[in-house]
Design a protein. Structure first.
Length: 145
């Protein structure tokens, strides 16, 4: 392993599109990166002993303070560069059932609800933005399992 490079398992990640639907209109919850400069989806390393979906739901709690029902079916994936390598993020839908006032990373992250287009416009990753619009667009607004 080169200096700065992480263990191979760290490059396999999962995340959620945390959604709430009100009057048929989906809203997506984004969080800031730990540095507070970028909007991102809750995501992280797939923990040993957890499925990618379960790990993604855990990240939603830790990073965004939301809990709910996570889909078993992956919506898609995207890649980004980090730690001198390329991380692959498996993305799942989380239908938010509870929005907690306090959460583990509240001291380092902000969170905000966005329209789908608003969320896509704020993300720096075009593949993730396209995934959001394709999977949660007009037909994707309804709850899915």
């Amino acid at each position: 392993m080169r200096a700065g490079r992480k263990p191979a398992a760290w490059y396999r990640q999962s995340g959620v599109l945390a959604v709430r639907v009100s009057r048929g209109v989906p809203r997506l919850l984004l969080v800031t990166s730990t540095g507070g400069k970028r909007w991102v989806i809750p995501k992280g390393i797939v923990e040993k002993g957890h499925s990618p979906a379960r790990s993604a739901a855990k990240e939603a709690w830790e990073e965004a303070g939301v809990t709910g029902t996570v889909s078993r079916r992956m919506l898609g994936r995207y890649r980004y560069e980090k730690w001198q390598g390329v991380c692959t993020v498996l993305v799942y839908r989380l239908d938010v059932e509870r929005f907690h006032r306090t959460w583990p990373e509240a001291h380092v992250r902000r969170r905000r609800w966005f329209s789908l287009r608003g969320a896509a416009a704020r993300l720096g990753d075009t593949a993730l933005a396209a995934l959001i619009l394709e999977t949660l667009g007009a037909r994707g607004a309804r709850r899915r399992r």
